[in-house]
Write a protein that binds this ligand. Structure first.
Ligand code: URA
Ligand code: SF4
Length: 243
Protein backbone atom coordinates (compact mmCIF):
# COMPACT_ATOMS: atom_id res chain seq x y z
CA UNK A 1 0.00 0.00 0.00
CA UNK A 2 1.29 3.42 -0.79
CA UNK A 3 0.75 5.78 2.05
CA UNK A 4 0.78 9.50 1.41
CA UNK A 5 3.49 11.17 3.40
CA UNK A 6 3.79 14.90 3.18
CA UNK A 7 7.19 15.73 1.82
CA UNK A 8 8.00 19.11 3.25
CA UNK A 9 9.46 21.52 0.78
CA UNK A 10 13.00 22.70 1.54
CA UNK A 11 11.46 26.09 2.32
CA UNK A 12 9.18 24.56 4.93
CA UNK A 13 12.08 22.71 6.47
CA UNK A 14 14.18 25.80 6.94
CA UNK A 15 11.31 28.05 8.00
CA UNK A 16 10.88 29.11 11.60
CA UNK A 17 9.74 26.47 14.05
CA UNK A 18 6.02 27.16 13.65
CA UNK A 19 6.03 26.60 9.91
CA UNK A 20 7.88 23.33 10.23
CA UNK A 21 5.35 22.07 12.74
CA UNK A 22 2.65 23.12 10.29
CA UNK A 23 4.37 21.22 7.48
CA UNK A 24 4.32 18.08 9.62
CA UNK A 25 0.65 18.53 10.47
CA UNK A 26 -0.69 18.12 6.92
CA UNK A 27 -3.90 16.08 7.44
CA UNK A 28 -3.00 13.53 4.75
CA UNK A 29 0.31 12.86 6.47
CA UNK A 30 -1.33 12.44 9.88
CA UNK A 31 -4.05 10.14 8.54
CA UNK A 32 -1.53 8.14 6.56
CA UNK A 33 0.72 7.54 9.56
CA UNK A 34 -2.23 6.78 11.85
CA UNK A 35 -3.19 3.81 9.68
CA UNK A 36 0.27 2.37 9.05
CA UNK A 37 1.31 -1.14 9.95
CA UNK A 38 4.90 -1.71 11.12
CA UNK A 39 6.51 -2.25 7.70
CA UNK A 40 5.00 0.97 6.30
CA UNK A 41 5.87 2.87 9.45
CA UNK A 42 9.47 1.68 9.26
CA UNK A 43 9.67 2.67 5.60
CA UNK A 44 8.04 6.04 6.16
CA UNK A 45 10.38 6.95 9.00
CA UNK A 46 13.41 5.76 7.02
CA UNK A 47 12.60 8.16 4.19
CA UNK A 48 10.98 10.97 6.19
CA UNK A 49 12.07 14.52 5.39
CA UNK A 50 9.41 16.39 7.34
CA UNK A 51 11.73 18.26 9.69
CA UNK A 52 15.27 19.52 9.35
CA UNK A 53 16.70 16.71 11.49
CA UNK A 54 16.67 14.64 8.29
CA UNK A 55 19.49 16.76 6.91
CA UNK A 56 22.31 15.42 9.06
CA UNK A 57 21.15 11.96 10.06
CA UNK A 58 22.89 8.87 8.76
CA UNK A 59 19.71 6.92 9.26
CA UNK A 60 16.44 7.36 11.09
CA UNK A 61 16.03 5.17 14.19
CA UNK A 62 12.47 3.96 14.66
CA UNK A 63 12.82 1.88 17.81
CA UNK A 64 13.69 -1.57 19.01
CA UNK A 65 12.10 -4.41 20.90
CA UNK A 66 9.01 -6.48 21.36
CA UNK A 67 6.15 -4.95 19.39
CA UNK A 68 3.71 -6.57 21.83
CA UNK A 69 5.55 -5.32 24.90
CA UNK A 70 3.86 -4.37 28.15
CA UNK A 71 6.63 -1.82 28.75
CA UNK A 72 7.39 1.13 26.48
CA UNK A 73 10.41 3.31 27.29
CA UNK A 74 10.75 6.59 25.40
CA UNK A 75 13.93 8.65 25.24
CA UNK A 76 14.85 11.86 23.49
CA UNK A 77 16.50 11.10 20.17
CA UNK A 78 19.35 9.13 18.64
CA UNK A 79 22.91 10.08 19.48
CA UNK A 80 26.01 9.38 17.41
CA UNK A 81 26.14 5.65 18.06
CA UNK A 82 22.42 5.19 17.55
CA UNK A 83 22.64 7.15 14.29
CA UNK A 84 25.45 4.85 13.15
CA UNK A 85 23.84 1.58 14.24
CA UNK A 86 20.16 2.28 13.71
CA UNK A 87 19.13 1.20 17.21
CA UNK A 88 18.09 3.38 20.16
CA UNK A 89 20.17 3.56 23.33
CA UNK A 90 23.24 1.62 22.24
CA UNK A 91 25.82 4.15 23.52
CA UNK A 92 26.89 4.94 27.07
CA UNK A 93 23.43 6.15 28.10
CA UNK A 94 22.07 2.94 26.62
CA UNK A 95 24.28 0.86 28.89
CA UNK A 96 22.83 2.68 31.88
CA UNK A 97 19.32 2.16 30.50
CA UNK A 98 20.03 -1.57 30.21
CA UNK A 99 21.18 -1.54 33.85
CA UNK A 100 18.02 0.32 34.86
CA UNK A 101 15.94 -2.30 33.05
CA UNK A 102 17.87 -5.11 34.71
CA UNK A 103 17.24 -3.53 38.13
CA UNK A 104 13.54 -4.20 37.64
CA UNK A 105 14.09 -7.59 36.01
CA UNK A 106 13.61 -6.37 32.47
CA UNK A 107 15.71 -6.92 29.42
CA UNK A 108 15.86 -5.11 26.11
CA UNK A 109 13.69 -6.90 23.58
CA UNK A 110 11.83 -9.01 26.16
CA UNK A 111 8.44 -7.46 26.85
CA UNK A 112 10.13 -4.07 26.39
CA UNK A 113 10.07 -1.69 23.45
CA UNK A 114 12.41 1.32 23.33
CA UNK A 115 11.66 4.39 21.21
CA UNK A 116 12.59 8.04 21.05
CA UNK A 117 10.68 11.31 20.79
CA UNK A 118 12.50 12.12 17.53
CA UNK A 119 13.74 9.48 15.15
CA UNK A 120 16.66 11.41 13.63
CA UNK A 121 19.79 12.53 15.46
CA UNK A 122 19.80 16.21 16.38
CA UNK A 123 23.12 17.74 15.24
CA UNK A 124 25.75 17.65 17.99
CA UNK A 125 23.19 15.90 20.19
CA UNK A 126 21.35 19.11 20.92
CA UNK A 127 17.90 18.89 22.51
CA UNK A 128 15.24 18.56 19.81
CA UNK A 129 13.17 21.69 19.28
CA UNK A 130 9.45 21.66 20.04
CA UNK A 131 8.66 21.84 16.31
CA UNK A 132 10.85 18.81 15.63
CA UNK A 133 9.18 16.86 18.42
CA UNK A 134 5.79 17.87 17.01
CA UNK A 135 6.76 16.83 13.49
CA UNK A 136 7.85 13.40 14.69
CA UNK A 137 5.01 12.86 17.17
CA UNK A 138 2.64 11.13 14.71
CA UNK A 139 5.21 8.33 14.40
CA UNK A 140 5.49 7.94 18.16
CA UNK A 141 1.72 7.98 18.53
CA UNK A 142 1.44 5.25 15.92
CA UNK A 143 4.05 3.19 17.74
CA UNK A 144 2.06 3.54 20.96
CA UNK A 145 -1.16 2.55 19.19
CA UNK A 146 0.44 -0.51 17.58
CA UNK A 147 2.22 -1.68 20.72
CA UNK A 148 -0.61 -0.85 23.16
CA UNK A 149 1.76 -1.06 26.14
CA UNK A 150 0.43 -1.37 29.66
CA UNK A 151 2.83 1.32 30.88
CA UNK A 152 4.92 4.08 29.34
CA UNK A 153 8.14 5.26 31.00
CA UNK A 154 9.29 8.67 29.80
CA UNK A 155 13.02 9.28 30.07
CA UNK A 156 13.65 13.00 30.41
CA UNK A 157 12.05 16.29 29.40
CA UNK A 158 11.88 15.78 25.64
CA UNK A 159 9.95 12.53 25.99
CA UNK A 160 7.66 14.11 28.58
CA UNK A 161 7.13 17.06 26.28
CA UNK A 162 6.26 14.77 23.36
CA UNK A 163 3.85 12.49 25.17
CA UNK A 164 2.29 14.77 27.78
CA UNK A 165 2.53 18.14 26.04
CA UNK A 166 4.46 21.09 27.35
CA UNK A 167 4.04 20.44 31.03
CA UNK A 168 6.67 21.99 33.21
CA UNK A 169 9.86 20.70 34.72
CA UNK A 170 10.84 17.09 35.02
CA UNK A 171 10.96 17.42 38.80
CA UNK A 172 7.31 18.51 38.80
CA UNK A 173 6.31 15.41 36.79
CA UNK A 174 8.13 12.78 38.79
CA UNK A 175 6.05 10.74 41.22
CA UNK A 176 2.75 11.93 39.77
CA UNK A 177 -0.08 9.77 38.46
CA UNK A 178 -0.10 10.59 34.78
CA UNK A 179 -1.82 9.08 31.79
CA UNK A 180 -1.51 9.08 28.06
CA UNK A 181 -4.52 8.86 25.79
CA UNK A 182 -5.26 9.65 22.19
CA UNK A 183 -7.98 9.13 19.59
CA UNK A 184 -6.10 6.08 18.33
CA UNK A 185 -6.56 4.35 21.67
CA UNK A 186 -10.37 4.40 21.53
CA UNK A 187 -10.75 5.95 24.95
CA UNK A 188 -8.17 3.73 26.62
CA UNK A 189 -5.62 5.40 28.85
CA UNK A 190 -2.10 4.19 29.51
CA UNK A 191 -0.39 5.03 32.80
CA UNK A 192 2.80 7.07 32.43
CA UNK A 193 5.83 7.33 34.70
CA UNK A 194 8.31 10.15 34.19
CA UNK A 195 11.91 9.77 35.25
CA UNK A 196 15.35 11.14 34.51
CA UNK A 197 17.11 10.51 31.22
CA UNK A 198 20.02 8.06 31.61
CA UNK A 199 22.45 10.60 30.08
CA UNK A 200 21.44 13.08 32.78
CA UNK A 201 21.93 10.42 35.46
CA UNK A 202 25.45 9.77 34.20
CA UNK A 203 26.23 13.43 34.89
CA UNK A 204 24.23 13.70 38.11
CA UNK A 205 24.86 10.59 40.14
CA UNK A 206 22.94 11.69 43.27
CA UNK A 207 19.70 11.61 41.28
CA UNK A 208 20.15 7.90 40.55
CA UNK A 209 18.39 7.15 43.81
CA UNK A 210 15.37 9.15 42.62
CA UNK A 211 15.36 7.26 39.33
CA UNK A 212 15.39 4.04 41.31
CA UNK A 213 12.28 5.24 43.20
CA UNK A 214 10.61 5.99 39.86
CA UNK A 215 11.44 2.55 38.52
CA UNK A 216 10.06 0.89 41.64
CA UNK A 217 6.89 2.91 41.22
CA UNK A 218 6.70 1.84 37.58
CA UNK A 219 7.10 -1.81 38.57
CA UNK A 220 4.33 -1.46 41.16
CA UNK A 221 2.05 0.20 38.61
CA UNK A 222 2.71 -2.59 36.14
CA UNK A 223 1.85 -5.17 38.75
CA UNK A 224 -1.45 -3.46 39.55
CA UNK A 225 -2.24 -3.01 35.86
CA UNK A 226 -1.76 -6.72 35.33
CA UNK A 227 -3.73 -7.60 38.44
CA UNK A 228 -6.56 -5.28 37.39
CA UNK A 229 -6.67 -6.91 33.99
CA UNK A 230 -6.89 -10.28 35.74
CA UNK A 231 -5.43 -13.51 34.47
CA UNK A 232 -2.01 -13.89 32.95
CA UNK A 233 0.01 -10.76 32.08
CA UNK A 234 -0.46 -10.92 28.31
CA UNK A 235 -0.91 -13.48 25.56
CA UNK A 236 2.62 -12.65 24.40
CA UNK A 237 4.02 -13.34 27.86
CA UNK A 238 2.14 -16.62 27.91
CA UNK A 239 3.59 -17.57 24.59
CA UNK A 240 7.10 -16.75 25.74
CA UNK A 241 6.59 -18.78 28.90
CA UNK A 242 5.37 -21.69 26.77
CA UNK A 243 1.90 -21.66 28.36
N1 URA B 1 19.55 9.12 24.20
C1 URA B 1 18.28 9.00 23.80
O1 URA B 1 17.43 9.72 24.27
N2 URA B 1 17.97 8.10 22.94
C2 URA B 1 18.86 7.28 22.40
O2 URA B 1 18.47 6.45 21.59
C3 URA B 1 20.20 7.39 22.83
C4 URA B 1 20.53 8.32 23.73
FE1 SF4 C 1 10.91 12.87 10.08
FE2 SF4 C 1 11.02 12.56 12.71
FE3 SF4 C 1 13.25 12.46 11.27
FE4 SF4 C 1 11.99 14.78 11.61
S1 SF4 C 1 12.95 13.56 13.23
S2 SF4 C 1 12.81 13.98 9.67
S3 SF4 C 1 9.83 14.12 11.60
S4 SF4 C 1 11.55 11.02 11.19
Amino acid sequence: MTVPVAAATPEARTDPAGSRAFAGAVPERLQGIASMAWPELRQSVATCRTCCLCEERRQAVLGVGDVNADWLFIGEGPGAEEDARGEPFVGVAGKLLDAMLAAIDLQRGHDVYIANAVKCRPPANRTPEPAEIAACLPYLRRQIALIQPRLIVLLGRAAAHAVLGDVGSLASLRGRSLEYTGPELDGRTIPVVVTYHPAYLLRTLPDKAKAWEDLCRARALMRSAKAAAGGPPSPQADERAGR
